[in-house]
Design a protein around this ligand. Structure first.
Ligand code: CA
Length: 235
């Protein structure tokens, strides 16, 4: 069964270029240059992924995304203009799985499409614990951390982390069931030559807990009194 991708882009030349590349990769491709039409297509047909421009006639991409999330969630990668930071934030908040800034290298778009399909394609969200060897994606229950794309998700929802929070979470997930001391975490997260308070570790743990444990009602990071922290494999 082939993978179906909908390209929503009103720059005809760009849309055509991307279409040819995707066809060449073996995807089944549909195209629309109008937001309203694209939304109707997406609701009517079953696409595995949508490449969604933001500035569109008919209905803008963020609105298309919002309505899709409500009625029929399909993984969307936003195609955004350079410097449109607010669009990116709004898009990720609105449920887009990724974005790419125009102009982009086609190889990068293809790579992001593969990652998005792997992480968000049908049947990809199997709750499991431990290591997914193929992609290096780390998991704990419904949480996934992709070291390549640096995307963390809980269920389908993206968790936005700072660099240090991300590194701390990665180290803990890589060492499930191993209690890591504050010193080890400090070295991994801040570097061996870090000079400063060791309680920065506790601060980042607190940030992670508020963004994951509290946000999703789970107990992921456990404190081992007097020693450090651990993420225990639930299985
Ligand atoms: Ca446009």
């Amino acid at each position: 069964m082939s993978v179906r991708i909908l390209i929503v882009e009103d720059e005809e030349k760009l849309a055509r270029f991307v279409e040819l590349e995707l066809l060449h990769e073996g995807y089944e491709v549909s195209k629309s240059g109008n937001g309203r039409e694209a939304l109707e297509m997406a609701l009517r047909e079953d696409f595995d992924l949508i490449l969604l421009d933001i500035m569109l006639p008919g209905l803008n991409g963020l609105e298309v995304l919002r309505r899709l999330q409500k009625d029929k969630p399909v993984p969307c990668i936003l195609l955004t203009a350079r410097d449109a930071v607010m669009d990116k934030v709004a898009g990720l908040d609105g449920g887009a799985v990724d974005y790419i800034t125009k102009p982009f290298a086609i190889e990068e778009l293809l790579a992001r499409i593969r990652v998005a399909l792997k992480l968000h394609g049908q049947g990809s969200l199997q709750p499991s614990a431990g290591h997914n060897q193929e992609e290096g994606v780390l998991t704990w229950g419904a949480l996934t951390l992709n070291p390549q794309s640096r995307v963390v998700r809980y269920g389908g929802q993206e968790v936005l982390l700072t660099n240090r929070e991300f590194t701390m979470l990665r180290v803990l997930l890589e060492n499930q069931n191993v209690v890591l001391t504050r010193d080890i975490l400090l070295e991994k997260v801040c570097g061996y030559d870090y000079v400063g308070e060791t309680n920065v570790v506790d601060v980042y743990i607190r940030f992670l807990r508020s963004k994951i444990d509290e946000a999703f009602g789970v107990k992921m990071i456990r404190t081992v009194r007097g020693v450090g922290y651990v993420i225990q494999n639930e299985k």
